[in-house]
Design a protein. Structure first.
Length: 228
């Protein structure tokens, strides 16, 4: 922990950080003086582009499958940026509260862009995408508010960022790889929806449950009597 009270170890647990290839890439970036905040911003732009790629699948063009593949790839690029910004900051010993701000704000923009974009994708529904985005941002808000109140950073699931991004990546890869006949659609109250809507609904419900769980865990922690 530095003098400002920021603890660089207080980060989302990501097992991929321990992989040798991840360590080598982080070292390569750090040795070249790459800015962790720049990596965070690059991840945000990957999220924005991924949301646009999801939405572009709704256009009747020969490139729909490529748009699905691009969306899946950009989701993963966003996640890699989220991992490497912290790793590079720690390696360069420049982790700071400002870096935490750069990490959090672009992350929320990426979440919203990807989930709203998926709502406009083939088989998606804009309102469900918007609901999933709001629920995802709310889970992060609960974590941040609990931390301000004195609780530790809580990245528990069941639908934290990794699970949300896994779900939309999976539907993107499936739609890119399968014929249209394998991509079912349904009608409900005169509204047509497909696999993207189902996945977004799962993300929405899972994110609400995650926010509730984090809130309960934070309240339980804050109710404990202070240690002498």
């Amino acid at each position: 922990m530095n003098q400002s009270g920021y603890n660089p170890a207080d980060r989302r647990p990501i097992k991929a950080r321990e992989l040798a290839v991840a360590q080598r890439v982080a070292a390569w970036l750090a040795d070249r003086g790459v800015s962790p905040n720049g990596i965070s911003v690059a991840g945000m732009f990957a999220g924005l582009a991924g949301g646009a790629a999801f939405a572009a699948t709704s256009f009747d063009t020969p490139y729909t499958r490529l748009c699905w593949l691009a969306a899946a790839a950009l989701v993963q690029m966003r996640l890699l940026a989220n991992m490497f910004d912290g790793m590079v900051a720690v390696r360069r010993n420049i982790a700071s509260p400002l870096g935490e701000l750069y990490n959090e704000v672009p992350d929320r923009i990426s979440d919203a862009a990807l989930l709203i974009g998926a709502g406009y994708a083939v088989g998606g529904h804009p309102l469900v995408g918007l609901g999933a985005a709001l629920a995802a941002v709310f889970t992060a808000y609960v974590r941040a508010a609990a931390k301000v109140a004195g609780a530790p950073n809580d990245f528990c699931g069941p639908f934290a960022k990794q699970q949300r991004m896994f779900c939309i990546t999976l539907v993107a890869l499936y739609c890119a790889a399968t014929p249209l006949a394998w991509q079912p659609t349904w009608m409900l109250a005169d509204e047509k929806f497909g696999l993207a809507t189902v996945v977004l609904a799962i993300v929405l419900v899972g994110s609400v449950l995650t926010a509730m769980r984090r809130l309960i865990r934070a309240a339980r922690y804050l109710k404990q009597p202070p240690t002498p």
